[in-house]
Design a protein around this ligand. Structure first.
Ligand SMILES: Nc1ncnc2c1ncn2[C@@H]1O[C@H](COP(=O)(O)OP(=O)(O)O)[C@@H](O)[C@H]1O
Ligand SMILES: [Mg+2]
Length: 243
C-alpha cells in the first residue's frame, strides 16, 4: 500500500522556485532515499511534507488522507515525524530531556514503553541518559535526534541528511540503526547529498536536481547508473563503499 503520496508539489520562496511539480510515493515499510546536491530542494520537500513550509500547489496524501495544509503538530498526530537537518539537539539539556521534548506534542500514555523501545535500539542513549546532549559525539547526537522523533511513535520517519558531518564508520552505525528500525515496521524517507550511503541502505531512490525529480528506481539500479556515478558518487565511492 502507498503510505505517502506527494502529488504535483510546488514550493516557492518569493521568486525562487524551489520545488517544481514533485510527485513521489512511499509504500508502507519501505526505506526510500531522495538524493540531490546542495540547494536541490531536499529540505524544502521534507518541510513541505511536514507542514513547516506551505506548498504553493500540490497535495500530500498520507494513508489516503489529504494532509496538505496540516501544521507540524497535526502531522505528528497523524504519525509522521521529521529529524531535522543538522540534528539540533539541545546541548545543555540531558539526553533524556531531549527525548522528552519529542514527546511534548504527542499523547504521553506510552512514554515509558516507547522509551524502553528506544533504549533497546540505542543502548548508548540509555547509558548516557543523564548527561548533557552536548557531550555526545556527532553520531550519538544523530541517534538522539532520531530518538526524539521516535518517541511520538511515528509510522513514517522523515530524515534530513542524517550523514551530514559524520565520518564513514559513524554513518554506517547510524544507517544500521535505521535498518533495525525498518525491521520493526517503520517506514523511512530520507534525503541525502551522500548518495553512496543512502543508496547502499535504501530500497529505492529518487534523484532531485534543481527542484525536479530527474530519475528514480531501485537503489541497486541507481548505484549502477553511469550518470549517478559521475555526478554523485565520485572517485572515492569504490574505496569507501563498494567493499
Ligand atoms: N527560506 C528560504 N528563502 C529563500 N530561499 C530559500 C529558502 N530556503 C531555501 N531556499 C532556496 O530554495 C532552494 C532549495 O533549498 P533547500 O530546500 O534548502 O535545498 P537542499 O536541502 O537540497 O540543500 C535553494 O535555491 C535555496 O537557496
Ligand atoms: Mg537541506
Amino acid at each position: 500500500m502507498k503510505m505517502l503520496k506527494v502529488k504535483s508539489l510546488f514550493v516557492n520562496y518569493g521568486a525562487v522556485e524551489a520545488l517544481k511539480n514533485i510527485s513521489l510515493h512511499i509504500k508502507e515499510k519501505e526505506f526510500v532515499a531522495l538524493i540531490g546536491s546542495n540547494g536541490a530542494g531536499k529540505t524544502s520537500l521534507l518541510n513541505a511534507i511536514m507542514g513547516i513550509v506551505k506548498p504553493k500547489d500540490g497535495e500530500v496524501i498520507f494513508n489516503d488522507k489529504n494532509i496538505t495544509g496540516f501544521p507540524p503538530e497535526r502531522k505528528v498526530k497523524e504519525k509522521i515525524a521529521l529529524v531535522l537537518e543538522g540534528r539540533r539537539v539541545f546541548a545543555n539539556m540531558t539526553v533524556l530531556e531531549n527525548i522528552e521534548v519529542g514527546a511534548f506534542t504527542s499523547d504521553n500514555k506510552n512514554f515509558i514503553k516507547r522509551l524502553k523501545f528506544i533504549y533497546d535500539i540505542f543502548p548508548v542513549l540509555k547509558e548516557r541518559s543523564w548527561q548533557p546532549a552536548g557531550m555526545l559525539s556527532g553520531g550519538e547526537q544523530q541517534m538522539l535526534a532520531i530518538a526524539r522523533a521516535l518517541i511520538s511513535e511515528p509510522k513514517l520517519l522523515l530524515m534530513d541528511e542524517p550523514s551530514m558531518g559524520l565520518a564513514p564508520l559513524v554513518i554506517k552505525d547510524v544507517y544500521e540503526k535505521l535498518l533495525i528500525l525498518k525491521e520493526t515496521g517503520l517506514t523511512i524517507f530520507l534525503v541525502e547529498q551522500n548518495a553512496a550511503a543512502a543508496l547502499k541502505y535504501a530500497d529505492r531512490g529518487y534523484v532531485l536536481e534543481n527542484g525536479k525529480i530527474v530519475l528514480q528506481g531501485k537503489s541497486k539500479e541507481l548505484l549502477e547508473d553511469n550518470e549517478i556515478k559521475r555526478a554523485y558518487l565520485g572517485k572515492e565511492y569504490k574505496e569507501k563503499w563498494e567493499r
